[in-house]
Design a protein around this ligand. Sequence first.
Ligand code: FUB
Ligand code: ZN
Length: 617
Amino acid sequence: METVVTKNRNRDKVILNSAPMEGIKIDGFMGEYLQRAVDITIPSQYEMLEQTGRIDNFRVCSGKSGKHKGYIFNDSDVYKWLEAASYAMLFSKNNRLKGLLSKLVDEIAAAQSPDGYINTFYCGKESERWSNLAANHEMYCLGHLISAGITNYRATGKKKLFHVALKAAKHLVKMFGAKESPATPGHPAIEMALVELYRETEDKRYLDLAVKLIERRGKGALGGSEYLIDHKSFVELREVTGHAVRMLYLCSGAADVYSELGNESLLKTLELLWDNMTGRKISVTGGVGARHEGEAFGEDFELFSHTAYNETCAAIASFMWNWRMFLISGNSKYVDLMEKTLYNAILVGISFDGKRYFYDNPLENRGDHRRQEWFDCACCPTNIIRILTSFPGYIYSISEKDIWVNFFENGEAILPFGESFVKISQITNYPWSGKVNFEVETEIEKAFSIYLRIPEWAKEGFTITVNSEEIEPVIEKGYARIKGVWKGKRYIEMDLMMKINPIVANPLVRENVGKIAITFGPIVYCAEGNDNLGVADIWNLFVNRREGPKIEYIPNLFGGINVIKGKGKALKTENWDKKLYKSYEKNEYIETSYKLIPYFLWANRDESPMCIWLNSF
Ligand code: FUB
Ligand code: ZN
């Protein structure tokens, strides 16, 4: 059994496949996040699932006295935890976790109705099942159950949860598989899960149902709501609108369907939606879904820093969609966005100690936005651990002929390749340095290419040497192709020139006119008051672009990070005398120096103001 994040079947439509995680070990920057997830985050989230009654809901359903607690979709948090904990079993020998997993699986199995239906909210309310597809989240929860069941089976070899998922999926096919059924879910997630279940079982009924659920959009089953993406048929969509997580899970499901069936109008639509999202509706961090109201995509260029909603789940959904688009196309632009999203819009969702979470992620704040231990609606915490624990599965992809290196992370991978294996070690301090040393080892002589992603920010400045000789590789779809007949060990040194890159926004994002966001490699920086006690208020900082800024590695800050230091000026904030406005001539500045930290690390110390977009001169 191999644990992969996605397992495409149709090799004609999809250029690449996920690499099995069993042979991959990481111990760099993301490796530390993974380890913290395994040691701290997953156990502490289990406690929260218990404390908030989410697990008890299953017990109540199977006979324990009590009432259902919490939201209608709370089961999904338990399933997402299970999925992450199953991935974690690949990297941990933790017997307590193993025990918790198997006990929880038993408790879930006991809550399933004999006909396969499972949703703890409807226990004892059987007549109300499926009564409100727009709002009830039953298919959404099932989607997460199926994904958890598949991962649990792949990662542990155990079949109990998988069988629960299978039984539930069969029930779903029976209920809504008929051609005449208009049903489609108010919250997507089930589509991806059904396609993956088809991939696991080869039972086409699941793929057929996923196709139908997508084709039934725009026909009024959800009241024609744009928020629920029922205002148009899927292939007529040209703009990402409505609830961001719903929209992007739907796109992920549609990409999965394309990858199995090759319906060109689906792919065309997905490409146009991607262009719309990346050209009009995305924050500099990769965060999406800018609008609080409805947790939604806003209008074109509606990207206000202060009110940016950017739900952590929406960033995760974008990460998942981009992965699928990459496998279909082999184009690095999708992994570039995954990388930006991961380091900036996803990691900001969890505290450095692994115990607290952001649900929404503004790009500037006075300091009162703090990560919480939990939420009544806890979709984000349990989603983030799925990404942290499955990250190794995204680092490489393989085709029948070649290997792709998508992410750079210290560690090693033994990748099954044809009838043999290829071992790839990466030595790197990425994302703090762009130097990556690869050791590639093959047992048998084999001709193949290794494709190394050249991130968009490094396109104009990188070098690659193979066995100490500099080469000028052909760049294909954003990847440097290193072709060869491989035997034994070979060394590749890649140096992606990281430089400080001030970014400006399209002038139609009016509030950012005249401002810059400073990036270094894949990381977006922010100013936080804690690092700038000499600046009256970092919201009033003006960065001098010519003098500095400079990068400095600080080993004892957050386990070792790059900070950016420079000179500038700041507005004096005193002498306003409770006034709101005064004459421009009276504005006074003081010279100052400043320090920036990676945005994803803000709000890990005392409360203080933060902003990404900085005034400059
Ligand atoms: O509705 C389920 C989840 O809760 C959504 O994906 C999140 O946006 C939050 O609303
Ligand atoms: Zn969420």
